[in-house]
Design a protein around this ligand. Structure first.
Ligand code: AMP
Length: 286
């Protein structure tokens, strides 16, 4: 596996490969890799000659300094995992490579970011769009891979691609879960043993909500059930549970007539913030 810390040598390397006809897939990550990330790498390998994984903990997308400081980092272990997975290129730039001193570009995705994660993490999606836009420009991939676990991110990147005319395909990969249903996340590393057990409550609440909605229960009642289920757990705080149309993220209060609804949840276990989601229409992945 080739490892690049700087943009220019990576560009030269990729240009040469592309000139020989190689197709390039990009998997952007923030590291502390787990099987969810590896699923993206594998999806990328199936469809491209060359798989590029980026690892960059992007300061612009953290609206909470403590979260940025506490974000798990282990580049050596990540590089080993990527090598084992057969990834071709690791791009792990420094802040200096990615940002100029007086960074002042922001994005505003309007209604797409006024809700769900965007509502609770102001500026988060502007930071995501900025770094993903940079990565698209640096790597110029044919295809880029994102996880469905961060569904709102996916919708926003779709919008970014459309508005800025990036010439690439976006691919999404279903959420990979632990055996007990907890969605894999780098942040899970920060849970202690007791918190790790309690953290499954978000998955269980999504499952229960899905069951109730499928049997005709009203959205309002289902929201109350989710609130009760989660807040019964010690040290668990529900931030939101919402149902949206998955394509446009319009929040809905009834599932009748709604197009491809997705249930989205976020909350804290101790001081670790977790998110998860589940489609109403698709068969449960577990
Ligand atoms: P992150 O390193 O958390 O920024 O995630 C990098 C990419 O991996 C994003 O596209 C995430 O949506 C995706 N991802 C994170 N966790 C999972 C998971 N459990 N299953 C599938 N994809 C995931």
């Amino acid at each position: 596996m080739e490892i690049f810390k700087e943009i220019q040598p990576l560009r030269v390397f990729l240009k040469a490969k592309k000139a020989l006809g190689a197709s390039v897939g990009l998997v952007p990550t923030m590291g502390a890799l787990h099987k969810g990330h590896i699923a993206l790498i594998e999806a990328c390998q199936k469809e491209n000659d060359l798989t590029v994984c980026s690892i960059y903990v992007n300061p612009a997308q953290f609206n909470n300094t403590q979260d940025l400081i506490n974000y798990p980092r282990d580049l050596e272990k990540d590089a080993e995992l990527l090598k084992q997975a057969g990834c071709n290129v690791l791009f792990c730039p420094s802040d200096d490579q990615m940002y100029s001193r007086n960074r002042n570009i922001t994005f505003n995705f309007g209604p797409l970011e006024a809700i769900l994660e965007g509502r609770y993490r102001p500026g988060h999606f502007s930071g995501v769009a900025l770094v993903v836009g940079k990565l698209f420009n640096i790597v110029a991939p044919d295809k880029a891979y994102f996880g469905q676990k961060d569904w709102q991110q996916l919708v926003i990147i779709r919008q970014l691609r459309e508005e800025l005319k990036f010439d690439l395909d976006l691919r999404s990969v279903p959420t990979i879960r632990e055996k007990d249903g907890l969605a894999m996340s780098s942040r899970n590393l920060r849970l202690n043993e007791a918190e790790r057990i309690r953290a499954t409550v978000f998955y269980k609440a999504l499952q229960e909500a899905k069951k109730l909605l499928s049997s005709g229960q009203k959205v309002e009642k289902v929201k109350a059930v989710v609130k009760e289920m989660t807040e019964q757990q010690q040290d668990v705080k529900l931030e939101y549970f919402e149902i949206a149309e998955s394509d446009n993220l319009i929040l809905i209060n009834t599932i009748e007539g709604a197009k491809s609804p997705i249930l989205c949840v976020a909350g804290y276990v101790g001081n670790v913030r977790l998110i998860d989601n589940m489609f109403l229409d698709l068969p449960d992945p577990k």
